[in-house]
Design a protein around this ligand. Sequence first.
Ligand code: ADP
Ligand code: MG
Length: 348
Amino acid sequence: ASVKSDTSSRCVSLSGSGSTDSGGRGDSLDLHNKHPDERWPRQNSLSMKEWDIPYDELKLFEVIGTGRFGTVYRGSWHGAVAVKVLHVLSDDCVPLDTFKHEVATFRKTRHENLVLFMGACMKPPRLAIVTSLCKGMTLYTHIHLRKDKFTANKSVIVAQQISQGMGYLHARGIIHKDLKTKNIFLENGKVVITDFGLFSVTKLCFGNKLVQSVRGDSLGIPAGWLCYLAPELCRALTPHASLHLPFSKATDVYAFGTVWYELLCGEYPFKSQPPEAVIWQVGKGVKQSLANMQASRDIKDILMLCWSYRWGERPDFPHLLSTLQKLPRKRLARSPSHPVHLSRSADS
Ligand code: ADP
Ligand code: MG
């Protein structure tokens, strides 16, 4: 049963003029009569139309799932897509400029390990992001629901691809802000990272709600979210300082460390500890113990570096990638049982 979105509505142009999506197209022929200084804004607004998807072109089918800030539908727009409709509490909290700015940066992302961003829709007070539909399952489903075991070698291959995608994002100046196993798909062995950079859009829509739920009501805390937060983020989680959490490339690297731990151990760090205890410990620099972890020293070293208390001591993704690429070679020397597979991953 297909539920078509409201056809009477039109997308608001995100070029800032407030016109509808067809408005202004007719006078684009005037471009060459304009003073050179006036051409750039017009060209920018034209290029923005590429990702400004009118609601009436979009079909929404069943709900795939509901996350913290929105509902994801299977949809259709020139083929199968995923449509994330962000729930916004009221009209006046729609951060149009922030949305416009952030979505403009997603449009520039082209990488094998990143979900394909196709466009955005806006019908106040609703915002929607359209991406390619990921096949396969998330790492979260593999690790925590299906309890699939990732060998060290497979973990390394997955981590290398995450580092590649994240290194690309960072080189483009985009901070993910919500790197977690629920946002990493595995499609026939290929990693696809989703939901980059969306956190601040949703954060603006939700205002203080997020942190109130974190501090005030343990049940309001999304399971397995806190363990991705670097110490500087945990310390910033106060009821009054929620809008400016100090996300950075280094907080993404910390989150990657948690993903690396989940891959290797099959569970979250600080498993079954109450949120208050996790916030307090991480904020003070306490790390999940690795004493019971069955892994080589160099694998644990990566974890400890990513989880460094001081952000400046955490490696960046290109560095992580080269460290990870060296691991299989070392393991190969010890265990020559899968030489073809390993040498390929090490050289790629
Ligand atoms: P979360 O990431 O916290 O699970 P989301 O709102 O991002 O919450 O996702 C809700 C559901 O939709 C999840 O089951 C997620 O796997 C799925 N989903 C999100 N994006 C896509 C996509 N591009 N393709 C397929 N499924 C997706
Ligand atoms: Mg997600």
